[in-house]
Write a protein that binds this ligand. Structure first.
Ligand code: NAP
Length: 303
């Protein structure tokens, strides 16, 4: 009951196939050998039947005894048998089939490899051309820019008015925004005596029945204002306090005039987070007879 289990020898599939093939070959050769012996005996019998026993003694073809033809035909059949066993078998046997299959598979694999290589090459060229196009063609995305003048304490307005009058800063504003969309809150729009020339005004209001002069685009949100200016390469957000606050997270650039003084105000510009924005330009304008305060033109770009 607890005796050692007897090992049963295992034959795998390949070995079994080899054995079967060998057995088949032995049978084929055996049959050929029997055929050879029968042929020899048969040939002797045919000769004896004709010459000794006199069977068909008078039957001749081209003056040659019939048994010669019978033996020749039989010999031909035997040679055909011999050929099948030793020659045709080699060409058409299982091994031959396997070899042909392997050749075919190798050929197909080579073709697939070639196709793959061609495909990878094409993909690489395509990717390279895309990178090339991206680097050569300037980005189509508009550069949304905040433009503002803020004091040292970030004051920007009081009583819906600017706190200072700095003519060179107004020229700077005019020069930068000329020909562009200017996006503003309703209160800032109302702080102008009339719309500014050569600029497209986009005014944001929650009012649905707000009236504005012809040519002024009225929208109900900052998103709609940006959308209305999407054809412009550089639309400007020009204020005031409420709109600046909302635009800080979506703007790409800030053009800030920093007025080097602090003021009492009711409207302020949000603090510029230097972890988000990097200063890329800084031009100082001193105080003079036309400018009561010194100021600097600063440019910030999103990091
Ligand atoms: N120093 C500078 O560079 C500068 C530049 C511009 C302005 N400012 C000053 O800033 C002050 C004005 O700023 P402010 O903050 O009082 O007003 P504002 O931002 O100009 O406008 C506020 C108005 O915009 C509309 N609005 C705001 N957010 C909106 C939203 N999400 N959707 C729809 N409508 C929206 C509302 O209009 P409705 O009430 O009609 O709904 C709101 O009352 C003034 O003193 C001005 O002189 C200074």
């Amino acid at each position: 009951m607890f005796g050692k289990k007897k090992d049963i020898p295992q034959i795998d599939k390949d070995q079994l196939e080899l054995i079967e093939t060998a057995q088949k070959r032995i049978k084929q050769k055996k049959r050929l050998y029997i055929h050879f012996v029968v042929f020899l005996i048969g040939a002797v019998f045919l000769i004896v039947a004709n010459t000794v026993l006199g069977i068909g003694k008078d039957f001749k073809i081209f003056d040659i005894n019939w048994f010669v033809f019978a033996i020749l035909i039989w010999l031909f059949l035997f040679i055909y048998h011999l050929f099948n066993v030793f020659i045709t078998h080699k060409f058409m046997g299982k091994a031959w089939e396997q070899k042909q299959l392997e050749k075919l598979v190798a050929k197909q694999q080579k073709r697939i490899g070639k196709l793959k290589a061609g495909f990878i090459k094409e993909e690489t060229l395509l990717a390279q051309s895309e990178v090339f196009t991206e680097t050569k063609t300037p980005s189509k995305k508009p550069e949304l820019t905040i433009i503002v003048a803020a004091a040292e304490n970030d004051a920007i307005g009081k009583g819906n008015k600017l706190i200072w009058h700095l003519s060179d800063d107004l020229k700077h504003f005019k020069h930068l925004t000329n020909g562009h969309h200017i996006i503003m809150g309703r209160k800032t729009f109302e702080s102008f005596p009339k719309p500014l020339s050569n600029r497209t005004h986009v005014v944001i209001t929650r009012q649905t029945n707000y009236k504005a002069p012809d040519g002024v685009i009225l929208v109900n949100s900052l998103e709609d204002a940006i959308d209305a200016a999407k054809g412009d390469k550089q639309p400007f957000i020009i204020g005031g306090g409420e709109i600046y606050k909302q635009a800080m997270s979506v703007a790409d650039k800030i053009e800030l005039t920093r007025v080097h003084e602090s003021f009492e105000a009711d409207t302020y510009f949000p603090k510029i987070d230097t972890t988000v924005w990097k200063e890329t330009a800084n031009i100082f304008h001193p105080k003079d007879e036309n400018h009561e305060y010194g100021f600097s033109f600063l440019t910030y770009e999103r990091k």
